[in-house]
Design a protein around this ligand. Structure first.
Ligand code: F6R
Length: 250
């Protein structure tokens, strides 16, 4: 695992945007696995700026998102489709038909999961999979569990995930209780994984993912078995790795 320790959120975002744009420049028709949440917002903002400046193009890029709340329509302002449009797709030259997010309103959830897995397989899996991490160690919405779930599936969101995401909704009651998520299989099939983390509240999750036992109780720990993971974090998120002497900052 390669670790970049950056001084703060902005530096983390710039580093991540650099790595993503380098991938797109090297492989213009690459498949990007994308994430939502607060962590990648700055990365997307930087990519938008460089794309609008003409530094690189998303014209041939295909993208597949990690997850979507079950029950939210694409135009719901907390859906992950809406997030992607707002933070990236509406501002860059990616073709709308080349962007995929699970359908939160799918009437047959099992069929939607199978369709999404087949779609990702047919694209040849992600060349670069962007990930954030939950405080409980989740990646995508693969919550701590007894087993690693390989396929795309519907997950019951953990209570602490609902608590963490309530900040985006008018009230905790409005947070959907389920989501569609890419499984560990597609995440691990990505050629390269780019894991981002910012803030002290991610320090334990990052330490456990990088140095802890490989266990479905901390889904991010599976990344120890991937042969090309790049972790980009700020000093706060990497503080426990720094303490343990796993990386140095600056
Ligand atoms: C989002 C996703 C989640 C988030 C994680 C961290 O698509 O899959 O795993 O990356 O919940 O969220 P933030 O970045 O809001 O702390």
């Amino acid at each position: 695992m390669r670790i970049y320790c950056e001084k703060d959120y902005d530096a983390m975002s710039r580093r991540a945007a650099n790595l993503i744009s380098a991938e797109v420049i090297r492989r213009p028709d690459c498949v990007l696995g994308l994430a939502t949440g607060s962590t990648p917002e700055g990365t997307y903002k930087q990519l938008v700026a460089w794309n609008q400046r003409g530094d690189f193009s998303f014209k041939e890029v295909r993208s597949v998102n990690l997850d979507e709340y079950r029950g939210l329509a694409p135009d719901h302002d907390q859906s992950y489709r809406y997030f992607m449009q707002k933070h990236l797709f509406d501002h860059v030259d990616i073709r709308p038909e080349n962007t995929w997010v699970p359908d939160g309103l799918a009437e047959d959830p099992a069929a939607e999961c199978a369709r999404y897995d087949e779609l990702i397989r047919s694209l040849g899996y992600a060349d670069l999979q962007l990930l954030g991490v939950g405080r409980n160690g989740h990646i995508g919405f693969n919550e701590p569990d007894e087993d690693f779930m390989k396929p795309t599936h519907v997950v019951d969101l953990a209570e602490n995930t609902i608590d963490a995401n309530a900040r985006f909704f008018a009230s905790r009651d409005e947070v959907p209780k389920q989501a569609f998520t890419m499984g560990i299989g597609c995440i691990m099939a990505a050629r390269r994984v780019l894991l981002l983390a910012s803030g002290t509240n991610k320090a334990d999750a990052i330490y456990n993912a990088v140095c802890g036992p490989i266990t479905p109780r901390c889904p991010g720990s599976i990344l120890q078995l991937h042969n090309d993971v790049v972790l980009v974090g700020d000093e706060a998120a990497l503080s426990k790795l720094i303490e343990a002497g796993v990386c140095v900052c600056g």
